[in-house]
Design a protein around this ligand. Sequence first.
Ligand code: IDP
Ligand code: MG
Length: 138
Amino acid sequence: MLERTLVIIKPDAVGRNITFQILSMIEKEGLKPIAVKSVRLSKDEAGKFYYVHRDKPFFESLTNYMSSGKVVVAVFEGENAIERVRKIMGATDPKKAEKGTIRNLFGIDIEKNSIHGSDSPQSAEFEIKFFFSEYELL
Ligand code: IDP
Ligand code: MG
């Protein structure tokens, strides 16, 4: 199925100047970048983006982290884009991420794990709309 998924290059990776190194790993897998931009989230916006985790013990730290510096948000399109990006990313905890995945190569710890990717068609729809207008996605 042709899908779109939202990717965020997180502050730890943007801060180390590896944004396009990471985005090109996804592009090399055959996924098409259809929109890319740099944004700075407020803590409140980070909380709205990660609202599914609002009751988790790591929520406070996560929203502080995600609003600590610029992020780069991107929409990628392709067959089974959601699952394919999750595979290229690797497990949430870089220590557990498969060799050669983005989080294995670049992740610092379970929080500062360099990249976000949507985990379902429902979350992809919410997350893409969160950052991009219809016009930006044409
Ligand atoms: P995912 O990014 O692999 O989908 P989620 O469980 O949805 O992982 O968690 C969202 C983000 O919250 C993670 O990418 C990571 O930055 C942070 N996070 C998840 N679990 C923990 C934890 O146990 N401690 C600290 N931060 C966490
Ligand atoms: Mg998730």
